[in-house]
Design a binder for this molecule. Structure first.
Ligand SMILES: [Zn+2]
Length: 210
């Protein structure tokens, strides 16, 4: 569970063409999940067992931070910038010179979409997923007609795209499982403290963590 004080989370894609930040206000100013009896504020961090997100992300256990769109801004490197197609070029791996703009302006399809590496997949009229067209990182899920009465407009952001310095904070650990009723049994067991697996420090499966 996120702490009560204001905080800023940073993240982005693997090649840094797309950067975002989430400015989380103090707890009393955060909107509440209307399906939580007023108990769960946004942003909320949830492990997702649904079939669509497993396939779309390619992750056996996608995890999201559900962020009111008003809290999120982004910094996108234009495709037209010098060396923009070479992720190994240091000038191309930072979008630091681009301005920060509200994510609602760029994380939805529009006339700007050909200008940036941020790409869109509209799986239906209402649902848009975004990913980096250069490095392939999945970034967000968005429902244009909203989640229902009382819900703020939300970007679900793939938790693994948050920068490591922020992700290491204990409060970033998922709060809950969602779509459990769609889940795969062994994945549920793995994700909920089930079977203990051998643990290797690297790829060498003949070495074990003490
Ligand atoms: Zn990228």
């Amino acid at each position: 569970m996120l702490p009560d004080h204001p905080l800023v989370l940073h993240g982005g894609c693997n090649c840094r063409a797309i950067r975002y930040k989430v400015q989380v206000p103090a707890r009393p100013e955060r909107p509440l999940n209307p399906f939580s009896d007023g108990k769960v504020p946004f942003p909320m961090v949830a492990i997702d067992h649904c079939n669509d997100c497993r396939r779309a992300t390619g992750s056996i256990l996608p995890t999201w931070i559900c962020v009111p769109t008003s809290m999120m801004s982004c910094q996108l490197q234009p495709i037209s910038s010098p060396n923009s197609h070479d992720p190994n070029d240091s000038a191309a791996t930072s979008s630091d010179s681009s301005p920060w703009v509200p994510a609602v302006e760029l994380f939805k399809p529009g006339p700007h979409q050909d200008n940036y590496h941020l790409k869109f997949y509209q799986s239906s009229e209402a649902i848009t997923r975004t990913f980096c067209g250069r490095c392939g990182t999945n970034l967000t899920y968005f429902i244009s007609h909203g989640m229902g009465e009382g819900f703020p407009e939300i970007f679900d952001v793939i938790l693994g795209t948050i920068d490591r310095e922020d992700l290491e904070k204990e409060w970033m650990a998922p709060d809950r499982h969602c779509w459990w009723s769609c889940g795969i049994k062994w994945v549920q067991e793995l994700s909920n403290g089930g079977k203990v697996l051998p643990v290797h420090p690297t790829y060498k499966v003949n070495e074990f963590v003490e």
